[in-house]
Design a protein around this ligand. Structure first.
Ligand SMILES: [Zn+2]
Length: 233
């Protein structure tokens, strides 16, 4: 193996390790929580609160109706009980009863409205709970699949690291220093393939003599434009 080819092998391994690490980071991010589940949980919580309020409104309306009925019964007992005989008082009592009845009708209408509203809230609550359950199921399935992929990637990176150690054995210290420096400054790509007598990374054309040097010289030869080490393949 030429020195460039040893470095090229090292670069392939490093790029594969980079990709595995990037995907592992992405998986960790995905495993930390799903936006869909958070949204469904918030909607479910909101529906529960609304439902509690709806139940309280129904209770309140029913109590108002019951209170009004009790008042009406009392007034009717006075009116029809026979204890009041004075026509003026009887007339006033009659008017009270009529007024209490009218207000009772209003309160009964309100109670009916709160019950209808509660039915709506109960349906909305069920829908929100179903949506949350389905988002959680989807998340569990996604988590299981991601966890499987994560295990595979971890085992793959171990293999890659071992291969990298082996590949390093064939690389001179000086070449490794150049490689590391270029990899840091060239977005991970310290080497470029020679393609149709051009640099495969920056595309600059190379003279026949330069290509010859890349192919034959034992030490690494760098692209005169981007500075990467050229590898003839
Ligand atoms: Zn170049």
């Amino acid at each position: 193996m030429s020195r460039a080819s040893s470095l090229y092998r090292l670069q392939e391994l490093d790029l594969a390790i980079d990709r595995a690490h990037a995907r592992l980071a992405e998986i960790d991010r995905l495993l930390s929580g799903s936006a869909a589940v958070s949204a469904a949980r918030a909607a479910d919580e909101k529906a529960r609160v609304a439902l509690q309020r709806g139940k309280a409104s129904v209770k309140e309306a029913e109590l108002s109706v019951a209170g009004q009925r009790a008042k009406l019964e009392t007034a009717e007992r006075s009116l029809y009980g026979g204890s009041v005989r004075n026509p003026k008082e009887l007339q006033d009592l009659q008017a009270d009863v009529e007024s209490l009845k009218r207000h009772l009708a209003v309160l009964e209408d309100r109670a009916l409205e709160t019950m209808l509203a509660l039915e709506e809230l109960e349906s909305a609550g069920s829908r929100a709970a179903e949506a949350l359950a389905s988002a959680e199921t989807a998340q569990r399935m996604e988590y299981a699949s991601l966890a499987g992929e994560r295990d595979q990637l971890l085992s793959r990176t171990n293999t890659l690291q071992a291969e990298r150690e082996a590949a390093l054995a064939g690389v001179a210290e000086k070449d490794l220093a150049l490689y590391s420096r270029l990899r840091d400054s060239m977005g991970g790509y310290a080497l470029a393939l020679l393609r149709d007598d051009s640099c495969g990374a920056c595309g600059v054309g190379l003279s026949a003599a330069e290509c010859q040097t890349v192919r034959n010289r034992p030490e690494p030869v760098r692209c005169h434009q981007c500075g990467r080490i050229l590898y003839a393949g």
